[in-house]
Ligand binder design. Structure first.
Ligand SMILES: [Ca+2]
Ligand SMILES: [Ca+2]
Length: 451
């Protein structure tokens, strides 16, 4: 059935794209949309974009497999006119065959890479999001809408996963994964969990230890990226629980850090709307992170951001300022852009940059070594797609000296109908090849290089 978003007010029934693509999964949405609401025109599953417009406090999390969300207009959406909108989204998700059956095709021949590079499928993983590497080579994968955490095992070391094992299920958007000292750490929206001795127990995973259970429960921008910093602390984002608002400072719109045992929680970076990707420059130990700008200001405003935080306590502008100089039409009256730390690089509006990774391997040619890669998940609230690619940022120390496309082709014909994949996160394997996760094609790719 056709999307109705561009036709003005309407009531739509839209089987999720995933119904056809995933076989075992079934989604439906009954929705009423006001004029110009870009949300449904993206052709993405409603579950993917819904939380952006949810006000705080109405997220309901029923038993696994069912979700019920009430979407209401927020201040930031009122520019769309004097409509009154209430969207009731009812979904039913039923995973068949462990959720791995009847996956959509991937089109590797459409992916363009620089000469000498090859892309292959490393594994098929439903809703593949963040990745972490275990000491014994296990690739752990978080999910956002499926509640599961997976372990990929490459038994015969041919760089294709031979098994996709489920480590946990029924979790609350377990997007973030990190590995340290034999334990897998998983970030739900409101909890940080730890699975001890995980690589010895992949087939019989232990019950997790709750490292921290008191984080905000807000679903909008509540899914987390999770990484260990060079200081041994665990870093994660707590996004703004809205498109645009002035949430409680030092908690929301931050990158937080804490000791691995959950003590000493403190904000590291402030004014960050939602970062779902960070890494540290191995040379300077500076934290680098992407941030996704607000929606509803048009196709070409504001830019997305790549930021650098060499020390704690910096404020990166949200909700007052976006990019280097875009003052928010509402909150920008309170504080000027000059008060905040500007991004080191402005990225294309709405491209949704997520995972970032310094390339620490030796397989890629010298001109890629020590440079940074970005997974650009791709736009949904823009009339034509931006993002849907992997880019490389050229660096000199902590200075950006270039930005170019590395891998593209996940969208055909510059329309949302042509989107078949969305890069989420990046991981460098010990041999120097790089994994790219994709939560639309439900795949993890491996990019390698040969002269
Ligand atoms: Ca294998
Ligand atoms: Ca900023």
């Amino acid at each position: 059935m056709k999307d109705i978003g561009s036709l003005g007010v309407g009531i739509g029934f839209r089987p999720g794209r995933s119904q056809a693509q995933e076989g075992g999964r079934f989604e439906m949405a009954f929705s009423a949309f006001g004029p110009c609401i870009p949300l449904p025109t993206a052709g993405l599953p409603m579950t993917t974009v819904g939380p952006f417009f949810m006000p705080r406090g109405v997220s309901i999390r029923p038993p696994e497999g069912l979700f019920l969300e009430l979407l209401l207009p927020k201040e930031g959406t009122m520019r769309y006119g004097s409509w009154i909108l209430a969207v009731l989204l009812v979904g039913l998700m039923a995973d068949g065959a462990g959720g791995q059956g009847a996956l959509p095709p991937v089109h590797l021949n459409k992916i363009k890479l620089p000469p000498g590079f090859t892309i292959d499928v490393y594994a098929r993983v439903v809703d593949a999001r963040s990745m972490a590497l275990g000491a014994k080579g296990t690739v752990f994968v978080g999910t956002r809408t499926h509640g599961k955490v997976y372990a990929l095992v490459d038994t015969d070391r041919d760089y294709k996963a031979d098994e996709v094992l489920t480590i946990a299920e029924g979790l609350y958007m377990p997007n973030g994964v990190a590995f340290r000292d034999g334990s897998l750490y998983v970030a739900e929206v409101n909890r940080i969990l730890r699975f001890d001795r995980i690589e010895e127990n992949l087939r019989n995973p232990p019950s997790p230890v709750v490292v921290r259970g008191d984080l905000p429960t807000d679903a909008p921008h509540g899914w987390k990226y999770l990484r260990f910093g060079p200081d041994g602390k665990l870093y994660f984002n707590i996004g703004a629980p809205c498109n645009i608002c002035e949430p409680k400072p030092d908690l929301y719109a931050t990158i937080m850090r804490m000791n691995p045992d959950g003590t000493g929680l403190e904000p590291y970076a402030m004014g960050v709307r939602n970062s779902v990707g960070f890494d540290w420059n191995p040379r300077t130990k500076t934290l680098w992170f992407t941030d996704n700008g607000r929606d509803g200001l048009g196709d070409n405003v504001p830019p997305e951001e790549l930021n650098a935080a060499p020390r704690p306590g910096l404020h990166f502008g949200f909700p007052y300022c976006f990019g280097k100089s875009v003052s928010d039409p509402e909150f920008g009256k309170k504080r000027a852009c000059t008060e905040f730390t500007p991004p080191v690089l402005e990225l294309p509006p709405h491209a949704a940059p997520l995972g970032v990774r310094f390339y620490t391997g030796k397989m890629f040619p010298r001109e890629y070594q020590g440079q940074m890669f970005i997974a650009e998940h791709g736009s949904w609230d823009r009339s034509t797609p931006s993002g849907y690619r992997v880019t490389v940022v050229r660096l000199k120390g902590d200075q950006v000296v270039g930005y170019e496309v590395f891998a593209e082709g996940w969208v055909e014909g510059n329309t949302y109908e042509g989107v078949w994949g969305r890069p989420v996160d990046l991981l460098v394997l010990p041999d120097g090849s790089m994994l790219v996760s994709d939560d639309q094609a439900h795949a993890i790719y491996r990019i390698s290089y040969k002269k």
